[in-house]
Each structure stands twice: as C-alpha cells, then as structure tokens.
Ligand binder design. Structure first.
Ligand SMILES: Nc1ncnc2c1ncn2[C@@H]1O[C@H](COP(=O)(O)OP(=O)(O)O)[C@@H](O)[C@H]1O
Ligand SMILES: [Mg+2]
Length: 359
C-alpha cells in the first residue's frame, strides 16, 4: 500500500467536545451495560472507558459480545440497562449527537457494491451533511490515501476483499469523526493487507482520533492498542496495557515440545511440582507451556535436570516472556489458535477438558 499523508482535512479535526454535554477527557464511558437478545444475555454489565486520542482494543472470541457492544455504542442497539457516553453524549438520550461524533466500520462492510468507490464516498459525505466541494476534496484525499485512485470509478463489487475494507474505512471517516469504531477491521485480510490497515489506523490516531477496535487477533491488539480489554461471555474479564496483561500471567513461561507422544505423561510427571501453575498441553503439536512464576532461570535448570533424569527427549526447551495467548489461557482457560493465514487468534470452538494451546 502506498504511503502518503492526508491532506489538510485531518481526521479528528472536528472534535465533538466543543458541543459536549460534559467537557470530558474520556471519549467513551461505559457503565454496567446490559443487553439481552431474547434469552441470550449478550452484555452482562460491561464497564470501561477510553481516554480521548487513545486506542482501546476489545479482544475476545466469537460470541463474546464485541459486536453487540459496538452496536450499542454506535446507537444501533438500545441497551436494557446501564449507560454509555460518547464525547459526553448519552448513546440513548443524545443519539443524534452521538452519531455526529462517530464513524463506524462494521464487521461486514457497509459499502454499496453496485456503486463505484467514488460514489460510495459521495453518498457517505451527503449522509454526513457535507457540502459538495468538501465531499469532493475529502473523497480525493481518501482515495489517494487508501490507494484506491485507480479503482475509484470501478464498481465496488469488482474490488478485492482488502480494497472493499479500505473503501469501507474511508467511507467511515469522511465525516471526520472524533471517535471511530472498527469491528474486526482486518478479519479476512491477508498479512500484507493487515499491515497496510494497521498503518492507516496508526495514522488516524496520530491525527487525534479515538479508536475502539474489536479483534480476535492477539498480535493486532498488541500492536495497536494503548489499552486492551478482554471480553468473554459478555463481561470484561481483564483489562490493562498489553504489558500489564502479560504480567498477570506471573513471570516468564517455560516451553518445550515432546516429539514422542508416548513420553508426554512422563514429561508432565517430571515437571510436576517445580511450579504451582498447571502445565498446558497441546495434543496436536505436543507442546507444553507452564508459567514459571518469578523464578524462571532456576526453573529452567530444574526442568532440564528432571526431564533428563526421566529420559524424556524435548525440543525447544526455553523460557520466554508471556504472550497475549498466555494471557488468554490465564484469564479464560481457553486456548489461542493459529489462523490459516498464520495470525494468532482466539476461538472457543475447540475447547478441550485440559485447555490446549496451539501455536
Ligand atoms: N441480533 C441478535 N439476535 C440474537 N442473538 C444475537 C444477536 N446478535 C448477537 N447475538 C448473540 O449475542 C452474543 C454476542 O454476539 P456478538 O456481539 O456478535 O459477539 P462477537 O462480536 O464477540 O462475536 C452471541 O451469543 C450471539 O449469538
Ligand atoms: Mg462480532
């Protein structure tokens, strides 16, 4: 993707704060949100806040409630109880004002595939009550920045998935929102497309936008988010910076593989008792990971000695800093997986009695 800068019309230039009910430092404030779909309790008292100009990564598996939360915050759904404010405006009582402050790129794109890229941007500009010259100026800037100039006059259904995503994001920011909601912005993109999207998102934040980004990709949250909230079963089960979350795992992680599956039990017996944490075993790759607590190097030496004494051959025995995968294991008991395209993600559909970690 081409690297260029936005022209004068900066994203986030028009902050809603000048007309805010409260002159809050917080772009997003959420208190005890509950949302039901019939018998499904999709949001169970969600609380979090996002300071202006920062990125919140909302991380969680399928069905965790991420999209529901985004839809409530963007006024598309009414919560049963609780409160949420965007730039000081209540999402239920001041919905029209909220809509003027926000942009949304949903989980599936909202573009009109029968229209050209340029026409899609024009429509969004008109929906944002922008005048024609401004729409034209912003469209040209966005087409340039999102590397869609050559495709601008082609109908969007001829676009690749990555191009459609970029067009959707361009459309969501044409009105220069101060708070931008992105629901799984890189799902379905190839690794290059993902890197390109990250670059664009970083640029938006550098220009003052506040971002709430949902993702199933651990590396994405690690890369982009100032603060991460981990959502599972409609609740925030952990929050903090990526480093703080990694610290919750408790020290470094000891890791090794046991090539001979018949020796796995012997390996687990050998390391039992050298830490209070229980080891996680991935049955497929036969990789064992265990939190080493505060005494990593001591434990590494002890593990080598015991595994050797038990006659267990291991591969890649090492000590490493916890990843967000380990955080997931620690806070949810479910494992992280590797996607087809190689990115680490979270899914819960393969839960096993002894949580397995793949990678
Ligand atoms: N319109 C709906 N009607 C009924 N159930 C829904 C609806 N939208 C979401 N749900 C349910 O609410 C829960 C949370 O879904 P969702 O917010 O889409 O999760 P996520 O975006 O984290 O994958 C799931 O159990 C889902 O099946
Ligand atoms: Mg979703």
């Amino acid at each position: 993707m081409r690297i260029s800068v936005f022209a004068a019309g900066a994203v986030g230039r028009i902050s809603c704060s000048f007309m805010s009910a409260a002159d809050s430092e917080l772009a997003i404030e959420v208190e005890q949100l509950h949302k039901w779909f019939g018998k499904v309790h999709a949001l169970r008292g969600v609380d979090f806040s996002v300071p202006r100009g920062t990125v919140l990564g909302m991380l969680g598996p399928n069905g965790a409630g991420k999209t529901t939360a985004v839809r409530v915050l963007t006024t598309l759904l009414r919560p049963e109880s609780g409160r949420a404010r965007i730039d000081g405006y209540d999402v239920v009582h001041d919905a029209a004002a909220v809509r003027r402050c926000i942009g949304l790129a949903g989980q599936s794109t909202a573009i009109q595939i029968e229209l050209t890229g340029r026409e899609n941007l024009e429509i969004m500009g008109r929906l944002n009550h922008m005048d024609r010259p401004l729409i034209k100026q912003r469209s040209e800037e966005l087409l340039e920045r999102f590397d869609l100039v050559d495709a601008a006059d082609r109908v969007a259904k001829t676009y690749s998935g990555g191009m459609q995503r970029r067009l959707d994001l361009a459309a969501s920011i044409i009105g220069e929102p101060s708070v931008l909601f992105l629901d799984e912005p890189t799902t379905g993109l190839d690794p290059n497309g993902r890197l390109g999207m990250w670059e664009i998102l970083r640029e938006l934040v550098a220009r003052g936008a506040t971002l709430l980004l949902t993702t199933q990709y651990l590396d994405e949250a690690d890369e982009l988010a100032d603060t991460i909230i981990v959502v599972d079963h409609g609740q925030v089960i952990a929050s903090g910076t990526a480093d703080q979350l990694k610290d919750r795992v408790g020290g470094d992680v000891l890791e090794f593989s046991v090539p001979d599956r018949n020796l796995m039990d012997a390996a687990l017996r050998a390391i039992a008792g050298i830490t209070d944490a229980s080891p996680q075993v991935d049955g497929e790759t036969r990789r064992v990971t265990v939190s080493a607590g505060g005494k990593g190097s001591q434990m590494l030496v002890e593990a080598v000695r015991r595994l050797d004494a038990a006659g267990v051959e291991t591969v890649g025995l090492s000590l490493r800093r916890p990843s967000l995968d380990d955080v997931f294991l620690a806070v949810t008991g479910h494992a992280a997986e590797i996607d087809e395209d190689g990115a680490t993600s979270r899914r819960r559909d393969r839960r096993t009695p002894a949580p397995a970690k793949e990678g």
